[in-house]
Design a protein around this ligand. Structure first.
Ligand code: KIV
Length: 282
């Protein structure tokens, strides 16, 4: 079994130009499969609101939802570096609230790090959490929790002005003490500049190749999330098709009495006659 990685391993991988592969997971079996496959790390994203719970966005997701899913993932992947995602409302209010929420991910769900969205405007929260001894991952670019302000799930950094804002955000996140940063839906030119500029690992979800590793949402890459597929997703499997096909075959088997067969039932251990006598008692 591979040794569980730490943030120091991810720093070293950056230095050696060794790419980090990570996905989101929200449940025990997916976490198990990811660990068995050798995933470098797992994000228990608040995207669980969309992928697992069917919400239109991530805003309704609560701390209780996040903690419960982090616990499920930790049971499935005990030897994988896992990051808990801070849901909307759990850190914006104050530094104290941010530290309190972040600590819950470590104490109640055994997470190795937390992630929160935003740049300059959450620098104070990042500093407070990091000074509490917790590994912080920043997240800038398309930040789903503020998609209302962004006018939807839109790529960021496409213009010089927007890219300037992103670079300032990246510097603020690193300056505040984050130990890694995720860029979402950002053009590769900007990703490359930020990766060269920062000392901490820079990861991409829809931000191109020139950085330290890639994240995909499991529901997207496995073909389970049906509402929409972002441009940056590569689909590696069509689990929806496999599941629907299996469900259809099962329905047909039940209707035609093709299931269960003899091998699927338990067999009596005494004679049929004895059972018949028993049934007559009633
Ligand atoms: O919640 C999540 O899965 C995320 C990704 C979109 C990066 O934050």
């Amino acid at each position: 079994m591979a040794k569980k990685k730490t943030i120091l391993d991810f720093m070293e991988m950056k230095d050696k130009d060794e790419k980090v592969a990570w996905i989101t997971a929200y449940d025990f079996p997916t976490a198990q499969f990811a660990e068995k496959a050798g995933m470098d790390m797992i994000l228990v994203g608040d995207s669980l609101g969309m992928v697992v719970k069917g919400y239109k966005g991530t805003i309704p997701v609560t701390m209780e939802d996040c903690i419960a899913h982090c616990q499920d993932v930790r049971r499935g992947a005990p030897n994988t570096f896992c990051i808990g995602d801070m849901p909307f409302g759990s850190y914006q209010v104050s530094d104290e609230k941010a530290v309190e929420s972040a600590a819950r991910f470590l104490k109640e769900a055994d997470m190795d790090a937390i992630k929160l969205e935003g740049g300059e405007r959450v620098a104070s929260q990042i500093k407070a959490i990091s000074e509490a001894g917790i590994v912080v991952f920043g997240h800038i670019g398309l930040t789903p929790q503020s998609s209302g302000q962004l006018g939807g799930f839109k790529a960021q950094g496409l213009t010089v002005d927007s890219a300037r804002g992103l670079i300032k955000d990246a510097l603020a996140v690193e300056g505040a003490g984050a130990q890694a940063i995720l860029l979402e839906a950002v053009p590769p030119e900007v990703t490359e500049f930020i990766t060269d500029k920062l000392d901490i690992p820079v990861y991409s979800i829809g931000a191109g190749l020139p950085c330290d590793g890639q994240l995909l949402i499991c529901g997207d890459m496995l073909g389970m999330f049906q509402a929409f597929t972002p441009k940056f997703v590569k689909q590696y499997a069509d689990v929806a098709e496999i599941e629907i096909k299996a469900f259809k075959e099962y329905i047909e088997d039940v209707k035609n009495e093709e299931f269960p067969k003899d091998e699927h039932v338990y067999h009596i251990k005494e004679s049929k006659e004895k059972f018949e006598r028993l049934f007559k008692e009633f």
